[in-house]
Design a protein around this ligand. Structure first.
Ligand code: MG
Length: 285
């Protein structure tokens, strides 16, 4: 028997075996196949009584392409379900405080706060408003560094106008700790100072939970978790209320969603790769 005939016979035997296995498994063309059974239906209910432990009928989580991380040279690709607030090309998602077109400089894939004396100055805010969310922001403070304390590389990420996560050049630049980079301004310093040098790209990954109000009454406070350059600096920290310069915080009732703001504090801080994802509850589409 030739090698060719032998391999042909083996091929036919393998094909027949595969067909038998497929038929046994119900995979043959045209077969009506019940979906594979997932999980269990005889297990105890979880607290709340909606889903059982290992409940196979529980909704499958939505699939999201997680994108890619940034490198010092180039911004990463946002997750597929993110709303991109700035991709390096324009400021269509941003307005001035009075609602006009945002005038910050867009150059080399970055937006930059105009230096004092330049046109387009002033804080900017998103066109849209956001509630509970995951917010990704990358920034770099001016190099060489200029000024000191609060005047070195100052900007800020706001949920307007109540809450600010401080942006500052805190690399070898001391200030009051609840006003340094990644501080919840006027409330909590970061757990550690994970700042990079001026001119290097830094990232904030912010998980923000809005407070809930019933009329004027606070029902639940805001909470924030923050990673600064991948380092945890706030861990589901309870926000104490609206943040004020030189005043104690207090909650001031506001709508469930707020615009995101970027502060102009007179330093030409640059931003790139800004995106936000709405955060919903478990089992929601
Ligand atoms: Mg600031």
């Amino acid at each position: 028997m030739s090698a060719g005939r032998r391999s042909g016979a083996w091929g036919r035997r393998i094909a027949a075996a595969l067909a038998a296995a497929a038929a046994a498994a119900g995979w043959a063309a045209g077969a009506q196949v019940a979906p594979p059974k997932l999980g269990y239906s005889d297990t105890p209910f979880l607290p709340g009584g909606k889903w059982r432990v290992h409940d196979g009928t529980r909704p499958q989580p939505r699939v999201v392409d997680p994108g890619t991380g940034s490198t010092p040279e180039s911004p990463g690709r946002p997750p597929s379900d993110a709303l991109v607030l700035f991709d390096g090309t324009g400021l269509s998602e941003w307005r001035t405080a009075s609602g006009g077109p945002a005038g910050w400089k867009v150059e080399n894939g970055c937006m930059e706060i105009p230096a004092p004396g330049q046109p387009g100055r002033g804080p900017i805010r998103t066109v849209r408003e956001f509630g509970d969310c995951q917010l990704h922001v990358e920034f770099t403070t001016p190099s060489p560094a200029r000024g000191d304390g609060q005047s070195r590389g100052n900007s800020g990420i706001f949920f307007l106008p109540h809450y600010e996560i401080q942006v500052l050049d805190s690399y070898g630049n001391q200030t009051y700790p609840d006003g340094q980079a990644a501080a919840l301004y006027a409330q909590y310093p970061p757990l550690v100072n994970a700042s990079r040098k001026p001119g290097e790209w830094q990232a904030y990954d912010i998980l923000w939970t809005m407070p809930r109000f019933e009329g004027e009454r606070l029902v639940t406070p805001a909470y924030v978790t923050l990673l600064h350059n991948g380092v945890a600096v706030h861990n589901r920290t309870e926000v104490l209320g609206r943040m004020f310069h030189r005043q104690a915080p207090r909650y001031v009732p506001h709508p469930p969603k707020l615009p995101i703001g970027l502060q102009d504090h007179g330093s030409p801080v640059r931003f790139r790769n800004l995106w936000v994802r709405e955060l919903k509850g478990y089992d929601e589409p």
